[in-house]
Design a protein around this ligand. Structure first.
Ligand SMILES: Nc1ncnc2c1ncn2[C@@H]1O[C@H](COP(=O)(O)OP(=O)(O)OP(=O)(O)O)[C@@H](O)[C@H]1O
Ligand SMILES: [Mg+2]
Length: 468
């Protein structure tokens, strides 16, 4: 497996070292120009000395100023190991008195302090000193203008040397800081690496929570959310596993029964008996198809199905009456007196119409199925106080024993000895649909040992029902 890049580590390092490098470069530039100024100051003084020496070789005779600089003396003054030097001497009237006429006097020389500036000589950058000086000590001595130029090698070399002494330790410091920061970040991110390893080493079936003791506070909420998600996934997996196991178990018996019936029918010769077997097969297949429908309904109403529930305002009174009337022919066939008692006014709840029909159907079906012929079943709707709306289905058959009243809501649980057709998911479906409607179910007997009343308490809706 390819290791993911430690991007966070790189980003942190870039954010720390990026600005630090920019600061370093600014600092280096400032240090370089500072060094250049210092080296200029040092060498300018020497240049000014040379200018003074040259003026010492001038004489005034009869009002005429003359330069008397022997080649040997000029050599001593102007020959340097590193740089080229040149001078030029001008009289007060601007007359050229000696030196290199190529040395430009473009700058206007001030009459006070010597001036230093950058210039050009034969295509080279030079530093120039430009000064007016008296020829001798006399107060009325004539003045001359002297320029001395020098190339920049010494100066730049000195500037670089000074810069190096400042910058090299700084550079080393930055390299050391990088190493320390890299190490620090790696240490700081170690818990995240461990977390990654803990998650990637897991089996896809392991949905137990990730340990958060070692997780840094910043990522703890994220890990808690992931744990929460895994817990929910775990519940869904459990539900589905249970469902598949239940469904397979429930289907096994009727399918085997069906097979046995078919084998029997195949052995029949007489058309009359074959027909009879086929009729029985039809009933069995019908029962099986009801069971499959119920299983699908159970799967559809699993606890996480809230997202698919479409709760809309609905008048429970009108709805319960409509469903009860659909059951009337069936009740009559079973000799049951099916009645409806309403509240007299609309009772609005927020409900998913199809699921609510399933709920009422199951309760009425049970009441008719488990009552003796001649019995009475009543569907009732009423306001139950505190904004609640109650739907109840009562029968006058034998009461369900107290110890069974909770268990019958479990999937596939049936009372021992129940003779009637059925597989057992009916009340589990009722219970799940009630939960999806935030409703509660109760079961009570009417009088000692006789009659069952299943009541479902819904929250009344604020809205008025749409006209249907
Ligand atoms: N009104 C009732 N009177 C007496 N017993 C009841 C009543 N309603 C339910 N029971 C008992 O509770 C059991 C569970 O009912 P449930 O509706 O869940 O399953 P079922 O009716 O057996 O099968 P099916 O899922 O096909 O409806 C029934 O088998 C029956 O024993
Ligand atoms: Mg039932």
């Amino acid at each position: 497996m390819q290791r993911p890049e430690p991007r966070l580590q790189r980003k942190l390092l870039a954010w720390l070292l990026g600005p630090l490098s920019v600061l370093f470069l600014l600092d280096a530039a400032a240090a370089y120009y500072g060094s250049l100024r210092l080296s200029d100051q040092a060498f300018d003084r020497a240049l000014h000395e040379i200018a003074r020496e040259i003026v010492l070789h001038t004489k005034e005779e009869g009002g005429v100023v003359r330069l008397d600089l022997s080649p040997a003396a000029e050599n001593i003054l102007l020959v340097d190991r590193d740089d080229r030097l040149a001078y030029r001497l001008l009289g007060a009237d601007g007359r050229h008195l000696g030196g290199n006429p190529g040395l430009s006097t473009a700058e206007v020389a001030g009459n006070g302090r010597p001036r230093f500036y950058a210039g050009q000589l034969d295509g080279h950058d030079v530093r120039v000193v430009d000064a007016w000086m008296p020829v001798d000590e006399r107060p009325a001595s004539p003045r001359v203008r002297v320029l001395v130029a020098e190339t920049l090698h010494k100066r730049t070399r000195l500037a670089w040397e000074m810069l190096a002494t400042v910058i090299v330790p700084q550079l080393l410091l930055i390299l050391m800081a990088t190493a320390v920061v890299w190490f620090g970040i790696s240490r700081g991110l170690q818990p995240l690496q461990r977390l990654r390893a803990a998650v990637s080493d897991r089996s896809h079936l392991d949905l137990s929570p990730i340990a958060i003791d070692d997780v840094p506070g910043e990522v703890r909420p994220l890990v808690e959310e992931v744990n929460d998600l895994m817990a929910r996934l775990g519940r869904t997996f459990d539900f589905q596993n249970r469902f598949v196991a239940d469904a397979a178990h429930q289907l096994k018996t009727p399918v085997s029964g069906l097979k046995a019936q078919i084998e029997l029918a195949l052995r029949e010769q007489e058309p009359q008996r074959v027909r009879h077997s086929l009729a029985q097969l039809y009933v069995s297949a019908d029962r099986l198809s009801r069971l499959v429908r119920q299983l699908l309904t159970l799967a559809r109403n699993e606890p996480g199905a809230l997202a698919t529930v479409q709760l809309q305002p609905l008048d429970l009174e009108a709805f319960a009456l409509e469903v009860s009337m659909e059951w009337a022919p069936h009740a009559i066939r079973h000799g049951i007196d099916l009645g409806f008692e309403g509240h007299g006014q609309p009772l609005v709840i927020d409900a998913d119409r199809d699921r609510l029909r399933e709920l009422v159907n199951n309760l009425v079906d049970n009441a008719i199925r488990y009552s003796e012929p001649g019995g009475r079943v009543t569907v009732r709707t009423e306001a139950a106080g505190e904004g609640q709306v109650k739907l109840s289905v009562s029968d006058d058959g034998p009461a369900i024993p107290v110890e069974e009243r909770e268990r019958i809501f479990q999937r596939f649980h049936r009372l021992l000895g129940t003779q009637e057709d059925g597989s057992g998911p009916g009340l589990a479906i009722v219970s799940e649909i009630a939960t999806l409607h935030h409703a509660q179910i109760t079961l009570e007997e009417d009088v000692d040992g006789v009659g069952n009343t299943f009541s479902v308490f819904f929250r009344g809706s604020e809205a008025t029902p749409p006209v249907s």
